[in-house]
Design a protein around this ligand. Structure first.
Ligand code: SAM
Length: 277
């Protein structure tokens, strides 16, 4: 899909891009091809796309996959997406992904192998976290993010940007920054450069319960881990201090000093013998 095609589709369906929904439509066939190559879709693949928009990725992805489901918040795209997705055998759900329950899916037991999204930047983090919570056994996540988000996604312990997003994506799989996409590859052009990343699960142990735990650890970012975690009400200060001692970590440690694996060890000690959190 190129810029002329995007303009013609908008015109044909009487549509315009909504900034409030993060609508910047891809209009560069090379970039679209490169993203689909990364996704490695084939007839055995179950693919979920979040935010198909005008269908730049979907129109090619649907035919490549065994099962293809898209979730789009904007009902104005119904006619266009019915042509591009439904008529080719895919499914499109018109819903806010952040409010999507498994029961909304055509098959509630659906486990996508690949999740694809040119992410709406205003809800990038909540969508990424929900994807990891909803689909813990997904093999590959392919996301377009704004370049400035890379600092948070790839941040290392001890840095200002290090936090739940870097830790949880690290625990989910192997993160790779694949390539940059200039703003001219979108209509309308965003203010920033974008980047395509992939997160590939390599058979890692991943527990969605870590999401809530890591978020609690960072709830009071300027405080010590003990104060932050205990403020969730789930763990007593005493139990957190005991866990830190068992791991040989100082009592005054702050969450941002702990590596992802240290946080998992803390979680395991604190939840030993508990059924769930
Ligand atoms: N995939 C299309 C493309 O690459 O051209 C559109 C990408 S555009 C950056 C983001 C898309 O996400 C828009 O279609 C927007 O309406 C949709 N969107 C925004 N918030 C959403 C949400 N909470 N749930 C589902 N879709 C959402």
């Amino acid at each position: 899909m190129n810029k002329l095609e995007v303009l013609s589709i908008l015109d044909q369906y009487g549509l315009s891009a909504k900034k409030s929904l993060g609508q910047n439509f891809l209009c560069n066939d090379n970039v679209i091809g490169d993203i689909l190559d990364l996704a490695e879709l084939d007839k055995t693949t179950t693919c979920l796309e979040i935010g198909p928009g005008l269908g730049a990725l979907s129109e090619k992805a649907v035919g490549l996959c065994g099962t293809y489901v898209a979730v789009e918040i904007d009902t104005r795209f119904q006619d266009r997406l019915s042509e591009v997705i439904t008529e080719q055998g895919g499914t499109v759900l018109f819903k806010d992904y952040l409010a999507l329950g498994k029961e909304d899916l055509p098959d509630p037991s659906m486990e996508p192998d690949v999740i694809l999204s040119n992410l709406p930047y205003y809800v990038m983090t909540p969508i990424m976290l929900k994807v990891m919570k909803d689909f813990p056994s997904c093999r590959k996540l392919v996301f377009m993010v704004e370049e400035e988000a890379l600092d948070r996604i790839f941040a290392r312990p001890g840095t200002k940007q290090y936090g739940p997003l870097s830790i949880l994506t690290d625990l989910f799989g192997k993160k790779i920054k694949c390539f940059n996409v200039d703003s001219g590859s979108f209509y309308p052009a965003p203010n920033t450069v974008s980047s395509v990343i992939e997160i590939v699960s390599e058979g890692n142990t991943w527990d969605p319960a870590w999401i809530g735990f890591v978020e609690s650890a960072f709830a009071l970012r300027r405080k010590t881990l003990v104060n932050s975690l205990s403020s969730s009400g789930k763990y007593s200060k005493e139990s957190i201090l005991t866990a830190l001692k068992a791991l040989g970590i100082k009592e005054t440690v702050r969450s941002e000093e702990l590596s992802p694996s240290d946080l998992v060890k803390m979680y395991e000690i604190l939840n030993e013998g508990k059924d769930e959190n």
